[in-house]
Design a protein around this ligand. Structure first.
Ligand SMILES: Cc1cc2nc3c(=O)[nH]c(=O)nc-3n(C[C@H](O)[C@H](O)[C@H](O)COP(=O)(O)OP(=O)(O)OC[C@H]3O[C@@H](n4cnc5c(N)ncnc54)[C@H](O)[C@@H]3O)c2cc1C
Length: 443
């Protein structure tokens, strides 16, 4: 097969040729950083649109998000990404309601803002408040570190959390953050997120609220910023194989017969996609896919008259089937979808046994049981992503030194973050950190 030069630029730019496989937020963040530093990265994305797991989907005749993506205002990498691409998003205070419980952390709450908000919160008894505050203070005193093999279920037991608090606070919070059942979830992935949210001030707990869908508000402006800086994003371009070729790599893209030659390759892919590509034999792709596993997320969209609102923008309600943990209902009015409620269900649970239609009906009933005065439902649709995230178990971890398994071949994506679970913050951090590593190698 002929080896084609991927970039037709000067000798300097050709020596900096970088292919990024995967146009999710990790790949796009990497491309933006490199392009703004004078490289000409090319992103190859197999889907017809960029954005990966965080982009729009066509649901009931409209573009809506393919899942509810809560972004906290304290995310350093996300903030840097948005600033670099000229994206500004409104922020609202963290506030949730669950039966009689109501918790709001105002932006001006100081350090350990949540602890102080808890003192004022409604619906928590004094034992629950005491346990929560003491536990958070102890975790902080220990530098937010826990044993690497400890599960969240074990930690909750060890710190003597009351069952009522586990059911209505820790379980829904952990499932939303780690997307992994508590008995399997790694406490060492939850602790850093507590440090960077509950352990910081009220501003860190603010929620970034795109006024429309993720593609229109974030992904498209990001792609424009990459292209303005000299990078390229090619959609509908699935990379089928990568082979070592001299000091670089040859990529086989789509049904093309010729390969493209690059000095550096970034695989910004989840572990399950790595194992589907033809890669150099020394890459342990099957083992990675196995140790990271995967977990589903379902979003049930319910359409009502446009003047219907939830009593709080983020409402916790009982799960749709017996045995399910409590789930989150999100009022989409702030995203330009008045009257639309999204019910988000995380991780394996009894709900996985239901068909999409039955799940949508069960979520409607759960909402009607939890909220007074729900009007007639005009339409409902379940969007189920089977491989929504990797499973944040204690085994799911890749050491930093393994992120460049062959010279100039880099692994990126949310799963490569040293501390965080599968989140947008983790994906963007990994893209930046890979770009930084490539730039360092070439100075
Ligand atoms: C329903 C749902 C809800 C979520 N909720 C939240 C949330 O509230 N907050 C939060 O922070 N995170 C949330 N997440 C997680 C978040 O979406 C991910 O952590 C993040 O999008 C991962 O980005 P990534 O770039 O690492 O991977 P991906 O987004 O998976 O990007 C990889 C890309 O590679 C492409 N690709 C695969 N194979 C090839 C190939 N051979 N050639 C070319 N391209 C290829 C894929 O099409 C994909 O676009 C949620 C995820 C889902 C699915």
């Amino acid at each position: 097969m002929a080896l084609l030069a991927a970039t037709a630029g000067s000798a300097a730019s050709a020596s900096k040729s970088v292919a990024i496989v995967g146009g999710g937020w990790a790949g796009l963040a990497c491309a933006l950083k490199l392009a703004q530093a004078g490289y000409q990265p090319i992103v190859f994305e197999s889907a017809s649109e960029p954005g990966g797991r965080a982009r729009r989907a066509h649901v009931e005749g409209k573009h809506r998000d393919n899942g509810q993506h809560l972004m906290l205002a304290g995310g350093d990498s996300l903030n840097t990404l948005f600033a670099s691409a000229g994206i500004t998003l409104p922020t609202t205070a963290f506030s949730f309601q669950s039966d009689a419980r109501q918790l709001c952390v105002p932006p001006n709450a100081g350090s350990l803002g949540l602890a102080f908000a808890l003192l004022r919160a409604q619906g928590f008894n004094w034992q629950e408040r005491y346990r929560l505050i003491v536990t958070l203070l102890r975790l902080k005193a220990n530098g937010w570190t826990v044993p690497k093999d400890q599960t969240v279920a074990h930690w909750l037991q060890q710190t003597k959390q009351p069952t009522s608090l586990i059911d209505t606070f820790w379980a829904p919070l952990t499932l939303a953050i780690l997307n992994t059942p508590l008995a399997e979830a790694a406490m060492h992935r939850l602790a850093p997120t507590l440090r960077d949210t509950l352990g910081k001030d009220g501003r860190a707990l603010g929620i970034l609220q795109p006024p429309g869908n993720l593609t229109e508000c974030i992904v498209s402006p990001l792609v424009k910023a990459i292209e303005d800086a000299g990078g390229t994003v090619r959609c509908g371009a699935r990379v089928a194989a990568i082979n070592q070729a001299g000091v670089g790599y040859a990529l086989l893209v789509g049904n093309e017969t010729d390969t493209l030659q690059f000095d550096q390759v970034v695989l910004a892919l989840p572990p399950w996609s790595l194992s589907k590509m033809a890669l150099p034999d020394s890459l342990p792709t099957a083992a990675l896919a196995q140790s990271f596993g995967d977990q589903p997320i379902a979003t049930v969209y319910l359409g009502f008259a446009t003047d219907f609102h939830l009593p709080a923008p983020l409402l916790q309600i009982p799960g749709p089937t017996p045995g399910d943990a409590r789930v989150w209902a999100i009022d989409r009015a702030h995203c330009g979808e008045p009257g639309v409620i999204a019910v988000s269900l995380s991780a394996q649970g009894p709900w996985c046994e239901l068909s999409g239609d039955d799940l949508a009906q069960a979520c409607l009933l759960a909402l009607q049981n939890a909220v007074d005065g729900v009007p007639a439902c005009l339409w409902k649709k379940a969007v189920i992503v089977q491989r929504a995230t990797y499973a944040s178990t204690p085994e799911a971890f890749i050491p930093h030194q393994d992120l460049e398994p062959l010279p100039h071949l880099h692994l990126a994506g949310d799963w490569t973050h040293p501390e965080y679970p599968a989140t947008l913050e983790a994906a963007v951090y990994s893209g930046f950190s890979t770009a930084h590593h490539i730039m360092q190698q070439q100075t």
